[in-house]
Design a protein around this ligand. Structure first.
Ligand SMILES: [Zn+2]
Length: 397
């Protein structure tokens, strides 16, 4: 099926050297081909490390090279001190010129690197006159790293996310481009609503919101942030991970997840669940009163269907005591745990057992999502628990 693997292009892709068409072809292959994807994750990790090295070590490196030369120049200046003031001035000027040249070389090198990586995204006006930075755009514009794009009640825009997808920006929305590199693209959604369609290997596109970070796992989704910093995520294809500190929610196609600034990601749920199930879950996630949370949990569990184990599995680690036991017992009836996974192990949150149970449920969860590339479904958790976890640790918070 995969006659032409793309392993030879991985380095070029990670350095932004492929054309848009080539990048798209590359990403499509990576999503479908486990072999190339594994190689890609390795190279991406290496490139990310390399990208961070120059920023940390450049000053030392610069000084190691410049110091002996500067020492020489200082000696020249000292000797010149005995000569006439013109000679001294000439030596000082030479020193300044020399140092400037060094600094200029370093900076121009860095600038070239930045330009080569195309540190801006194309913005298309859809309605009204959106603002990019301080400029109102009436047609097309560019959103550079650090710049805000803002729409009012009458304007909308569309952004090309490098060559890996696009994002629709609805009315009354404020977004900022935080980073764009072949190994990481990151937006900040401060307020309003955006819809993203991303065609790229997992964990390349991130959206920071006030209450969680949305990590794309090859997908399409809508993300909305209100004035209090709470957000709602709806996933229409693929998977999205919502993360804040140690709390993570994995949201497949057909599911949604709410987040609140004080708590981070809530628990994901399938959107076709019973209305009472969803209302009760909101209390379980966000009600400050423990008794109210327990009561809501009971109300939720009696309405759970087998596919709602998506919600229950996430809840296992989020509730404790008798509540956790109740969640386990309900899950065990809806979809019994695989061999080797015991009640005792799950109640003590044995990670291996939790993972094994999730793996056995995942096919059912994914089976309900439309248009999910099957290889992603099969390898998603492996990626999550493997290299991508290490990558995540390196992501700026
Ligand atoms: Zn391949």
């Amino acid at each position: 099926m995969f006659s032409t693997h793309v392993t030879k292009d991985i380095s070029a892709y990670c350095h932004g050297e492929l054309s848009n068409a080539e990048s798209k072809q590359f990403a499509e292959h990576i999503i479908a081909c486990a072999k190339c994807r594994a190689k890609f994750e390795e190279v991406k990790l290496g490139v990310k490390l390399a990208e961070q090295l120059p920023q940390l070590s450049a000053p030392d490196h610069l000084w190691r090279e410049l110091e002996p030369l500067l020492d020489g120049e200082v000696q020249t200046v000292r000797r010149a001190y005995d000569l006439s003031w013109q000679l001294r001035a000439a030596a000082a000027v030479a020193l300044v010129l020399f140092a400037s040249l060094g600094v200029w070389l370093i900076y121009s090198n860095r600038t070239n690197q930045l330009l080569a990586n195309k540190r801006a995204w194309r913005v298309k006006r859809v309605d009204g006159t959106p603002t990019v930075g301080t400029e109102r755009i009436s047609k097309d514009g560019e959103l550079a790293v650090g710049e805000w794009l803002e729409t009012d009640a009458n304007s909308r825009a569309q952004i090309d996310v490098s060559s890996i997808g696009n994002v629709d920006i609805d009315e009354n929305t404020r977004v900022r481009l935080l980073e764009t590199r072949p190994t990481e693209h990151r937006l900040e959604l401060a307020r309003g609503k955006m819809s993203a369609r991303i065609w790229a290997p997992p964990r390349l596109f991130f959206v920071n919101t006030p209450s969680a970070v949305a990590a794309d796992l090859g997908c399409a989704y809508t993300l909305e942030v209100d004035d209090h910093g709470s957000s709602v995520l709806h996933v229409t294809s693929g998977w999205v991970a919502l993360e804040l500190e140690n709390r993570e929610s994995f949201v497949p196609a057909g599911a949604a997840c709410e987040t609140q600034p004080s708590l981070g990601p809530g628990t994901p749920y399938f959107e076709d669940c019973a209305a009472g199930f969803k209302d009760a879950l909101k209390k379980v996630d966000f009600d400050p009163d423990a008794a109210a949370r327990s009561a809501a949990l009971n109300a939720m569990l009696v309405q759970a269907r087998p596919r709602d184990t998506l919600t229950l599995w996430h809840l296992l680690a989020r509730v404790d005591g008798t509540d956790r036991a109740l969640v386990y017992d309900t899950m065990a009836v809806l979809s019994p745990p695989p061999p080797g996974v015991t009640r005792e192990g799950v109640l003590t949150l044995d990670q291996k057992m939790l993972d094994a149970w999730r793996d056995s449920l995942e096919t059912m969860w994914m089976g309900f999502g439309k248009g999910v590339p099957k290889p992603i479904a099969e390898t998603y958790w492996k990626l999550k628990n493997g290299l991508s976890r290490r990558l995540k640790d390196m992501m700026p918070k």
